[in-house]
Design a protein around this ligand. Structure first.
Ligand code: SF4
Ligand code: SF4
Length: 352
């Protein structure tokens, strides 16, 4: 997989002692990524905020779903970041970015009110005000990364992912491209592990975050769902489920796992438990840039799976038959284990 072109050394290699995370949930979305991240444990939000992890800077989180403050008391953090008082800060964007240029009045999404005009401050304007000042920018969840469900064909908002909005050549104040952590919602530990990586990088304790050509952390999205799936043995033997509730491979009832970059079959969802196909759910490719349009209609067998599963069926039947013979043999103890008066193990005493 190609790797995004990055500068060879971080501009802030000396490290920092405090970092603000300014988290904008006012994209088109459901706040589900923030809710998902509350389940993270590797590390948890609490680990990061309470300083339980050695070496990372002190972190101040400003997220409207999780904050105790409301109204002006909360909004002041966004203005401070804009003024440059929070240096450095990481901007997290959640939800897809609507196109405010396709209409003559109104707005699609906003947060806060402009004191001068009395008008809502659109999500796009917040991104314009903050992105270039941020040390790092994370697109949290598939909607922010690539557009997601709101950006499917026929949508009225013309919405898009953050990279579509800021451009692929965008670089933050820290010299980084946008870091995409897709998932619908984002897998909790994937997001917090990415935050932790960037905190270590800001502290000057880790190299530059490795990203693939879709700007995803390579160690999280370098493998397919299928490669980590508990059911892959059934696939290999051509043994497929034809209805839900079966423990067998789900490809014939709509699983896209063989062609989808996602680690939840290895990582699980919470505390290592879950990971869609592992627990009976087809993979609908929610982490992918082409989601959802390229994977619909959901629950139909993926087109490529017809051929690959046909090959797996013929190969798998033969393998299953052969393995069944070997399995029978392996299930029997060796014949020399008996109570008879003769030793039949084949032991050859040495002559003295
Ligand atoms: S259930 Fe999906 S991911 Fe798992 S083995 Fe079958 S096709 Fe692959
Ligand atoms: S396994 Fe598929 S549906 Fe489940 S989180 Fe990963 S990409 Fe999304």
């Amino acid at each position: 997989m190609a790797t995004a072109s990055l500068p060879q050394s971080s501009p802030r290699s000396s490290g920092v002692s405090e970092v603000h995370i300014v988290w904008l949930t006012a994209g088109l979305g459901c706040d589900g990524d923030t809710v998902s991240v509350t389940a993270a444990e590797q590390p948890s939000i609490e680990d990061i905020l309470l300083g339980a992890i050695p070496g990372i800077p002190k972190v101040h989180l400003h997220n409207p779903v999780l904050a105790m403050e409301v109204g002006d008391a909360f909004m002041k953090h966004f203005y401070e970041a804009e003024k440059g008082s929070y240096d450095p800060f990481v901007l997290v964007v959640e939800g897809s970015i609507p196109n405010e240029r396709i209409k003559s009045e109104g707005y699609w999404a906003a947060q806060g009110t402009d004191y001068n005009t009395g008008q809502p401050i659109t999500t796009c304007e917040w991104i314009d005000r903050l992105a270039l000042k941020a040390w790092g920018v994370i697109a949290c969840g598939t909607c922010a990364a690539y557009g997601g469900i709101h950006a499917m064909a026929g949508n009225p908002t013309g919405c898009m992912g953050l990279v579509d909005y800021l451009g692929k050549n965008f670089r933050s104040a820290g010299g980084l491209p946008i870091v995409n952590v897709p998932g619908c919602p984002v897998q909790p530990d994937n997001m917090m592990e990415t935050v932790l990586y960037l905190l270590y990088q800001a502290a000057g304790l880790s190299p530059i975050i490795p990203l693939d050509d879709q700007l995803r952390p390579t160690w999280l999205f370098g493998k397919t769902v299928h490669e980590g799936c508990d059911r892959a043995g059934y696939y290999e033997q051509g043994d497929f489920a034809h209805e839900y509730g079966s423990p067998k491979c789900l490809v014939k009832i709509g699983c896209w796992g063989p062609v989808v970059n996602c680690n939840v079959t290895k990582r699980g969802w919470m505390r290592g438990i879950g990971g869609c196909p592992n627990v009976g759910g087809i993979c609908i490719a929610c982490t992918m840039p082409g989601f959802p349009d390229k994977f619909m209609p959901f629950m139909d067998q993926p087109p490529g799976a017809t051929l690959s599963s046909a090959v797996a069926v013929s190969y798998g039947r033969a393998m299953r038959a052969l393995r069944s013979i070997t399995n029978n043999t392996a299930n029997k103890e060796p014949k020399w284990r008996h109570r008879g008066p003769k030793l039949t193990t084949g032991y050859q005493p040495a002559a003295y």
